[in-house]
Design a protein around this ligand. Structure first.
Ligand SMILES: O=C(O)CCC(=O)C(=O)O
Length: 339
């Protein structure tokens, strides 16, 4: 046991009431003994109940067909999301933009992100049409369960760029023990060989089978040999899905201008790519402490602050973790399409 355990214990305890999810960083969250008594399962249940309560208060603004699709599947696919002329302008401006990029390498895959900060927004004015779109805004808030502005990036996925083990994102997983939102507006067609997003429809629901699976996995996640499961993003093999009454995954090989928005408590993955493609998207991410009662308000969502959050996070990450431990390495000025 850590010599500082008595000092850290109140901190570990307080973390139980947050989105903290790592079974290895917090001895209470990772404790097989506490999890056998229902600690992890209890957090999962409470987070679902709180999210359902907040979602009810965000539901009226959502297009009823989108809401029905999301409630049924946990993922919504909307083709031809932007009007053709707006999407054409977005493509042209976004591919012409070069900005300060960060890259992270996972297995053989590079993920590149450019912040949609004030400079990017000036260079890509068509982005505002997406960002302000009422259908997008309502759905993003409903899925995340919070009236908050999501983090928004230009993201490029570049599979097969390194001679390394496979990208860990190709293993099906839940990001967190609680509902959270990720979304993709694809700038180009996503062919099946380029590594599309895949989702197990209906896996966002907390069924008795899923709860039992969560409890079972929480007993050994800390000590297993999968680092990402141990850090709280539990992996699942597709052969286990039938026992949870779930279908096999849907692979979203979709045309350009398709919006996908998903609850990443549901099982999802990146399909393996068979060619070294570059998949470019506007990528959004929304999560917050799942145990909060209130659906808003958030200082980080205020105009003027929201679009500066990503540069601030990167700057803080560099200082807190140190440049050597910062997984998002600065790579200079790049465009989303650079190979
Ligand atoms: O990029 C994708 O297709 C999915 C990546 C993924 O699994 C994740 O973001 O958790």
């Amino acid at each position: 046991m850590n010599a500082f355990a008595p000092l850290l214990a109140p901190f570990w305890f307080a973390q139980l009431f947050t989105g903290a999810k790592s079974f290895i960083d917090n001895p209470l969250i990772g404790s097989p003994r506490l999890n056998a008594r229902g600690l992890h399962a209890g957090r999962v249940r409470l987070a679902q109940a709180m999210t359902a309560r907040r979602r009810r208060r965000l539901a009226d603004a959502v297009d009823p067909a989108d809401r029905a699709a999301f409630d049924r599947d946990g993922v919504v696919e909307i083709r031809d999301f932007l009007p053709a002329a707006t999407f054409g302008a977005l493509q042209q401006q976004l591919f012409a933009y070069r900005g300060p990029a960060r890259e992270m390498v996972q297995g053989d895959t590079i993920t590149r992100r450019l912040a949609l900060d004030p400079a990017a927004r000036r260079a890509i004015p068509a982005f505002e049409d997406f960002c302000r779109d009422p259908r997008w805004r309502a759905l993003a808030r409903y899925v995340s369960g919070f009236d908050i502005e999501p983090l928004l990036y230009v993201q490029s996925i570049l599979p097969q760029r390194h001679d390394a083990p496979p990208d860990p994102q190709i293993a099906f997983h839940a990001d967190t023990f609680y509902p959270a939102m990720k979304a993709w507006l694809f700038l180009e067609d996503v062919a099946v060989e380029t590594g599309p997003f895949a989702y197990v429809k209906g896996s966002h629901r907390l069924t008795p089978q899923r709860l039992a699976w969560e409890k079972q996995r929480s007993l050994s996640a800390r000590d297993g040999d999968c680092r990402l499961s141990a850090r709280g993003s539990l992996r699942i093999d597709t052969s286990e899905l039938a026992a949870l009454d779930l279908p096999q995954p849907t692979i979203f090989a979709v045309p350009a201008n398709t919006l996908l928005i998903a609850d990443t408590f549901g099982f999802h993955a990146r399909s393996p790519a068979s060619v070294p493609a570059t998949r470019v998207e506007i990528w959004a991410y929304g999560r917050r402490n799942p145990f909060r009662l209130a659906k808003g308000w958030d200082v980080w969502s205020l105009p003027g602050i929201a679009e500066r959050r990503i540069p601030i996070r990167w700057w803080l990450g560099d200082r807190i973790a140190g440049p050597a431990n910062q997984p998002w390495r600065p790579v200079g000025l790049k465009s989303a399409a650079d190979g």
